[in-house]
Design a protein around this ligand. Structure first.
Ligand SMILES: Nc1nc2c(c(=O)[nH]1)N[C@H]1C(S)=C(S)[C@@H](COP(=O)(O)O)O[C@H]1N2
Ligand SMILES: [Mo]
Length: 313
């Protein structure tokens, strides 16, 4: 499995000292392993997080499924392509540029991002294709990052951009390009600032595997999975609704909002039910009903008061 070891950061401020000390010794061992193999991205490192809100009383999707059944077209279009083809991807060093309509534009290094208030956030995730998972993410509220750059009053939306690296991402190379690059996504500013919206830096207690969007990706649990853009290098505050990859590629099938909604079918299939990956065997599971806003209606329905959710799909 492709994953990465984060740059060394002081963690004493976010972890109890005993855990911090044992992590230090682990990192020492990991560093020795790196020196021996010369590889920089071969394995994950443990990542400590505070308990966060929105805990879920649902069975976690097995880690094996979370890290081997993926959509990440930069590495290929089959579900197994990302885990098979992401081994050469280098998630460190990494920076995220935050710019646009802000008082203090800034380029954040990964070390700095890993010092944000990192929490455990187990979320239900629902892909537009009809499957779902329950994933124990580790991440911090996107709002905490936005606060640091001081959005201006004219900022109404947030746009996101994935890295372009054909040499490390085989899906960006060659004759068949499934999508135009970079992969781009967007949120309304109030959606971006909602406390459920996080930038994830890990899952299952470790740094993000490459195939899940290392080293930092968006997670918006009440929207279809494609909104949760991976391997982000740029976040911009803008005035107009940003371009989004799937809407650009087929506006009849994919809208800007993309809220999980069992009452609005995809033009080619129903969205009323879903298959929870890992339930009762890897793929052979009974379908369960899909919930409005993926089960987060109490938290987010208010964002869309007065909006026609059939027209704004
Ligand atoms: N850059 C980028 N981000 C992406 C995608 C992609 O192809 N490229 N696929 C999206 C889709 S369709 C889904 S369902 C989720 C899957 O995330 P996971 O593999 O971590 O479960 O990532 C989303 N983010
Ligand atoms: Mo998806």
């Amino acid at each position: 499995m492709a994953a990465y070891r984060p740059p060394h950061i002081p963690a004493s401020d976010i972890t109890p000292r005993s855990i911090y000390m044992s992590r230090r010794s682990f990192l020492g061992t990991a560093a020795a392993g790196l020196a021996l193999t010369g590889a920089g991205s071969a394995f994950a490192a443990p990542l400590q997080a505070r308990p966060g809100p929105y805990t879920l009383d649902e069975k976690l999707t097995p880690k094996e499924a979370v890290t081997s059944y993926n959509n990440f077209y930069e590495f290929g279009t089959d579900k197994s392509d990302p885990s098979n083809n992401a081994g050469d991807f280098k998630p460190t060093p990494w920076t995220v540029k935050v710019d646009g309509l802000v008082g203090k534009p800034k380029e954040f290094g990964l070390e700095e991002l890993l010092k944000m208030p990192i929490e455990d956030r187990t979320y239900r995730m629902r892909c537009v294709e009809g499957w779902s998972m329950v994933i124990p993410w580790i991440g911090f509220p996107l709002a905490a990052l936005l606060d640091q750059v001081e959005p201006q009053g004219s900022a109404k939306y947030v746009s996101f951009e994935t890295v372009v690296r054909p040499e490390e991402m085989p899906g960006q190379k060659g004759l068949f390009q499934p999508l135009p690059w970079p992969y781009v996504e967007g949120l309304r500013l109030d959606e971006a600032r909602h406390p459920l919206t996080i930038l994830a830096v890990g899952l299952y207690g470790e740094t993000l595997p490459n195939q899940n969007g290392a080293p930092i990706r968006l997670v918006v649990p009440w929207k279809y999975g494609f909104k949760s853009i991976k391997s982000i290098v740029r976040i911009s505050l803008v005035e107009k609704q940003p371009e989004t990859t799937w809407k650009n590629s087929n506006a009849r099938e994919y809208g800007f909002y993309s809220n999980v909604n069992p009452a609005v079918d995809h033009p080619r299939w129903s969205q009323a039910t879903e298959q929870r990956i890992g339930e009762g065997g890897f793929f052979k599971t009974a379908r369960r009903p899909t919930l409005p806003f993926n089960g987060y209606a109490d938290d987010v329905a208010g964002l869309y008061a007065g909006l026609d959710l059939k027209a704004n799909y």
